[in-house]
Design a protein around this ligand. Structure first.
Ligand code: SF4
Length: 414
């Protein structure tokens, strides 16, 4: 078999992500104000200040992808935190308790302010509250209504009023003047970056697919770290989409003999990306698309891009709060997944029931039933923990995926 050369955008990803963690530490040491945020907090808004932004969830995912998840989670468990808590929280708390020891990036720079939002899960707010108590720093909670349906005007205005409070709060704390032009510029960068991201994802529709969902899991990182709203985001996603386009044009595909086109639901299994994609390729199967990465830059049951409008920046940012990577209303998830299934020609669905993210996983049985009755395509439920490899049984998961492939074969023979 001809070896497919490694993607240059993969090398660029590693370079910019290493740089991101390093820059955070360097700027913090130089005295910059540091803010830790949850992934749903709109970074573009914070670009109105000259501050360091760090995202504990992304750091936890990076630790898990580099096989350090269990070691760091154990540090939180030995301090009394239950193994039933989300592994992102345990990895982050363990990293802080150990002062960055065993983290590939030496943890994150120490924060002056925490900002969370509660439309993902209440657990996240409690987790940030631990830091608030231990570090004795403020915790600003954006109270964002859960996304069950298209956003109501009163909810939009409620979120905007909290953005205004947040801006005043940061101005008071830092002594800096808020610069709205920088926020607008950041929204333009996000729009251009997400345009390229969506272009990259379109290559999943090609037969064989030009991408794997595992590529999309890896490359979402710049969007959910402090590269969101920057020119680096635009350049990286342009390079990624261009490179995949060039590969498809020259007949280079991740699974050239693709026989099974699968769709993934739930957060990435960070500790299994290479192993799982390689094992699937042995079966001539490719997970071509993931709901988790398809909804980046979309909202309310869509996988197409939300038109980020820099002219009305607070409204744009409050609207995009109604599109989330994690828990989301059942009807909207069914709608977005249906659109992907229709568009991509999917043979089967892998529902990954996530032992950490219960709010994400709770609705999966209902979603499975609805998609099955609508499209009649086979699906399986496998047990995964996105960041704690101790809660994952590879043999059991692969056995179920093999059963899915057999169901697809059976359906083809009918
Ligand atoms: S992964 Fe799930 S459980 Fe963990 S913080 Fe995010 S939304 Fe909450």
């Amino acid at each position: 078999m001809v070896e497919i050369p490694r993607m240059k955008s993969g090398e660029n990803l590693k370079r910019i992500m290493d740089q991101n963690y390093l820059d955070g530490h360097v700027q913090a040491q130089a005295g910059k104000f540091v803010v830790w945020i949850a992934i749903g907090v709109p970074i573009e808004l914070l670009r109105g200040f000259d501050i360091v932004i760090a995202v504990p969830e992304n750091h936890a995912a990076m630790c898990a992808a580099r096989a350090m998840g269990p070691l760091l989670a154990e540090k939180a468990e030995s301090a009394g935190y239950s193994m039933d808590l989300c592994s992102y929280a345990r990895i982050d708390l363990g990293t802080v308790f150990a002062r960055g020891k065993d983290s590939p990036s030496r943890g994150l720079p120490g924060p002056h302010l925490l900002i969370s939002d509660n439309n993902h899960c209440s657990h996240l707010v409690k987790w940030f509250d631990v830091h608030h108590r231990e570090m004795k720093i403020p915790h600003f909670i954006l109270d964002v209504p859960f996304c069950y349906e298209p956003q109501k005007a009163k909810d939009l205005n409620y979120i905007i009023s909290q953005y205004q409070d947040l801006v005043s709060f940061i101005q008071d704390r830092t002594g800096q003047k808020f610069d709205i032009d920088k926020v607008r510029e950041a929204i333009v960068h996000t729009r251009e970056g997400i345009t390229q991201w969506k272009r990259f994802l379109t290559f999943a529709a090609h037969r064989p697919s030009g991408i794997t969902a595992f590529d999309s899991f890896l490359h979402m990182a710049p969007y959910i770290t402090s590269y969101r709203g920057t020119q680096t985001l635009v350049e990286h996603y342009t390079q990624l989409a261009d490179e995949v386009e060039g590969r498809v044009a020259s007949g280079m595909f991740p699974v050239p003999n693709e026989k099974y086109r699968l769709f993934w639901d739930n957060i990435a299994p960070w500790h299994q990306l290479n192993r799982m994609s390689a094992r699937l390729a042995d079966f001539q199967a490719n997970i071509i698309y993931a709901y988790y990465t398809a909804v980046m830059g979309s909202l309310e049951g869509d996988i197409d891009m939300y038109p980020f409008d820099e002219a009305d920046s607070f409204v744009t940012l409050a609207r995009i709060q109604n599109g989330t990577l994690c828990p989301y209303g059942l009807e909207l998830r069914v709608k977005a997944m249906s659109k992907a299934i229709e568009r991509l020609g999917v043979d089967g669905i892998v529902f990954s029931s996530n032992r950490s993210c219960k709010p994400y996983s709770l609705m999966q049985l209902d979603i499975q039933k609805r998609l099955s009755s609508r499209f009649g395509i086979p699906s399986v439920m496998i047990d995964v923990d996105h960041a704690d490899a101790r809660k994952y049984n590879e043999a059991q998961a692969l056995m179920r995926i093999e059963a899915l492939l057999e169901m697809i074969d059976g359906r083809r023979q009918c």
